[in-house]
Design a protein around this ligand. Structure first.
Ligand code: CP
Ligand code: NVA
Length: 313
């Protein structure tokens, strides 16, 4: 077991080892226990996080900002429209300047390459708060939620039903390293990125877990322990909205599909949800749904990530 992270940044879970993921989870659980016990824990006293958002956010923004506050530091919301970044200042120069003021940067943007460029030019940690490619903080919180609910990770099967998007990519990178089996079901034309799938397949083989893809949501969900979905139209895909809604027909998580899973299966969604599209109201608001515990775990996991990356090493 490692006691620190070898990376400066958190860009994708692909770059993290199994031990590092376990470390983040255990540090996050400790921080959560302290908070629940009303114990102050301020390893980031006097430190500051800049948060660059090119896309909307509820959970990521609030959990990072409040997480930073609870760890003793401050967080600054930075909109590219208000920064010189929006007027042509380069990402590299922005990274160099922000490194002189801040102790960490969280960024949510479209192009993953922008996050890589920011990280390459920043001397401080850069944390990916979602790109079109991945959403690592989400999947760390999801793994913690499964651990909370199922008590074990090894042998648990997650069925991801829906768009093989950023959240799905992070699931493919994260599941094998968390000892989780993963089945992905997406419609034709929305299958996982072959390169990500190939890497994840190798990771699954190395870690002794299963990873399968199918176009049949029923096959994915059969006997699963966890059913997971995400929106059919991600941020930036609004123009494809009508087409996607048609093409994802049959991929809704509803009672009929849930019945195929284990009786004690839990229902997860990274949120925001669109009831009546990727998930029925009955299921997301029903007794098997854990979506709000899952959302809460974003706070705890990101505090773990920030304490590890931005705390004194
Ligand atoms: N799940 C998630 O990242 O939510 P927000 O878009 O609200 O941050
Ligand atoms: N796939 C979604 C996730 C939102 C948290 C999106 O990118 O919009």
């Amino acid at each position: 077991m490692v006691n620190k992270l070898s990376k400066k940044d958190l860009l994708t879970l692909d770059e993290y080892t199994k031990d590092e993921i376990s470390l983040i989870l255990s540090v996050s659980e400790n921080i959560r226990t302290k908070q629940k016990n009303g114990e102050m824990f301020v390893p980031l006293l006097g430190k500051a996080l800049g948060m660059i958002f090119r896309k909307s956010s509820t959970r990521t923004r609030v959990s990072f900002e409040i997480g930073m506050f609870q760890l003793g530091g401050a967080a600054l919301y930075l909109s590219p429209n208000d920064m010189q970044l929006g007027r042509g200042e380069t990402v590299a120069d922005t990274a160099r300047v922000l490194s002189r003021y801040l102790d960490g940067i969280m960024i949510r943007t479209y192009d993953h390459a922008e996050v890589e460029e920011l990280a390459a030019n920043a001397t401080i940690p850069v944390i990916n708060g979602l790109t079109d490619f991945t959403h690592p903080c989400q999947i760390l919180a999801d793994i913690l939620t499964i651990k909370d609910k199922k008590k074990v990770l090894k042998g648990i099967t997650v069925a991801y039903v829906g768009d093989a998007n950023n959240v799905c990519n992070s699931w493919m990178f994260g599941a094998p390293k968390a000892d989780l089996n993963l089945r992905v079901a997406s419609p034709k034309g929305y299958e996982p990125d072959p390169a990500v799938f190939a890497r994840a397949k190798k990771s699954a083989a190395d870690n002794g877990t299963e990873l399968v893809f199918t176009n049949d949501p029923r096959a994915a969900v059969e006997n699963a322990d966890v059913i997971y979905t995400d929106v059919w139209v991600s941020m930036g895909q609004e123009a494809e909205s009508e087409k996607r809604k048609k093409e994802f027909d049959g991929f809704q998580i509803n009672s009929e599909l849930v019945r195929l899973a284990k009786k004690d299966a839990i229902i997860m969604h990274c949120l925001p949800a669109h009831r009546g599209e990727e998930i029925s109201a009955e299921v997301i608001d029903g007794p098997q749904s854990v979506v709000f515990d899952e959302a809460e775990n974003r706070l705890h996991v990101q505090k773990g990530v920030m304490a590890l990356l931005m705390g004194n090493k």
